[in-house]
Ligand binder design. Structure first.
Ligand SMILES: Cc1cc2nc3c(=O)[nH]c(=O)nc-3n(C[C@H](O)[C@H](O)[C@H](O)COP(=O)(O)OP(=O)(O)OC[C@H]3O[C@@H](n4cnc5c(N)ncnc54)[C@H](O)[C@@H]3O)c2cc1C
Ligand SMILES: NC(=O)c1ccc[n+]([C@@H]2O[C@H](COP(=O)([O-])OP(=O)(O)OC[C@H]3O[C@@H](n4cnc5c(N)ncnc54)[C@H](OP(=O)(O)O)[C@@H]3O)[C@@H](O)[C@H]2O)c1
Length: 318
């Protein structure tokens, strides 16, 4: 179940490069059941509750229905509690070791939460966003997503799985799920197909980059450069044959950094290393032809690249 999955979902909405698919996950029913038992809620788990705001002039958050049962509320989110006093202890006990509400409640068994406070204490599962990896022109009525399945061990060595990615990985072909499309808002493409673009996508950051590249090529542009970062050509070089075909037909310049394919003891190659190698061409594209640059990905990677390009251009562009 580990690794990266491609998910193809049939939809009716239109979308643009940069838009995201919004998916509401479900916690596994066995986990919900064991939580309800441990909290002593089994006998009231399927009773419908009406949820009302305490302040009459305020409405409920959009994701909360007005009537819900405890089981349907799918408790399972890790709560980030904030307190003014004891913040350090709270951080050590909860956040640093990523204890879930369920684990905290199991350690403090005598603490019982009256049902009136359930929705204050246990947050509803929040929806997750995934960048759309396809172009609606190429794939009408379909979105493709590139999803890294989250699985790790906490500092207490407890195995953890991501709520939404575990749910998505459990889906079978033909399953129906509600999906919303949220406007990315941050990406617009140059209207002129002769204005060059450079996409930089390490890891799952390749998703919006692929959507942009598909759209540009279908609009008739050959002024496209793609820097893809992956761990290994044989493991996570997503859409490889597709990009190689586009490169051989002259639609894109395709550069790939496979960080873990270098021999033992040799420094890893990242997208920024390729960009530094290509500094003259990058200068020509950005400095002389006003190329647009798109950076996407897991924040620690993409954020670093962003600061490198925006705040220290002399490091890359000589
Ligand atoms: C605009 C946007 C676009 C996105 N696009 C994509 C995309 O294209 N593909 C994609 O895969 N994801 C994407 N994401 C991330 C996605 O929304 C989810 O956050 C991600 O899939 C995890 O969801 P989950 O419910 O499986 O994990 P959760 O149950 O929410 O758990 C994730 C949390 O676990 C913790 N965690 C994870 N790994 C570790 C670790 N090794 N050590 C310690 N703690 C850890 C972190 O606190 C992390 O926040 C995007 C997010 C945004 C905001
Ligand atoms: N990619 C996978 O196969 C995979 C599978 C399951 C879960 N995940 C998890 O899902 C999350 C996101 O995964 P992802 O695929 O988007 O990213 P990722 O696999 O963590 O990283 C993608 C590529 O970016 C490189 N990178 C690391 N730091 C960078 C930096 N500062 N600047 C530029 N490139 C950098 C990585 O190099 P390194 O080789 O040095 O890491 C790797 O080559 C991570 O928590 C990851 O652990 C990933």
């Amino acid at each position: 179940m580990t690794g990266i999955r491609t998910l193809r979902i049939m939809i009716h909405d239109r979308y643009e490069p940069g838009d995201v698919a919004v998916i509401h996950p479900y916690a596994p029913s066995a986990e919900v059941e064991s939580f309800l038992i441990s909290m002593g809620y089994s006998n009231i788990a399927d009773e419908p509750y009406e949820i009302r705001h305490n302040l009459p002039d305020q409405s409920l958050p959009d994701h909360l229905p007005s009537t819900i049962t405890l089981r349907e509320s799918r408790t399972g989110e890790t709560r980030r509690v904030s307190l003014r006093e004891g913040a350090d202890e709270l951080y050590e006990y909860c956040q640093r070791v990523r204890r879930t509400i369920r684990e905290v409640m199991e350690e403090f068994r005598n603490c019982k939460i009256p049902k009136e406070y359930i929705f204050d204490v246990f947050p509803h599962l929040r929806p997750r966003e995934f960048s759309i990896a396809s172009s609606v022109i190429r794939h009408p009525r379909r979105v493709e997503l590139c999803i890294a399945i989250v699985q790790y061990r906490t500092k207490l060595r407890i195995p953890r799985k991501g709520v939404a990615t575990t749910y998505l990985a459990s889906l079978q072909p033909g399953d129906k799920i509600p999906v919303g499309i949220k406007k990315g808002g941050l990406i617009s493409l140059p209207k002129d197909v002769h204005v060059p673009i450079i996409c930089i996508g390490p890891g799952t950051g390749i998703a919006p980059a692929r959507s942009i590249i598909e759209q540009r090529v279908l609009q008739g542009s050959n002024e496209n450069t793609l820097y893809q970062g992956c761990r290994s050509a044989t493991k996570d070089q997503h859409y490889r044959s597709e990009f190689e075909n586009l490169a051989s037909q002259g639609h894109i310049v395709y550069r790939v950094a496979c960080s873990r394919d270098s021999p033992e003891g040799v420094k890893r190659t990242y997208v920024q290393d390729l960009i530094a190698q290509d500094s003259e061409r990058i200068w020509e594209l950005v400095g002389q032809k006003n190329a647009w640059v798109f950076i996407s990905g897991y924040v620690p990677h993409a954020g670093f690249l962003y600061s490198l390009l925006i705040f220290s251009p002399h490091k890359i562009i000589k």
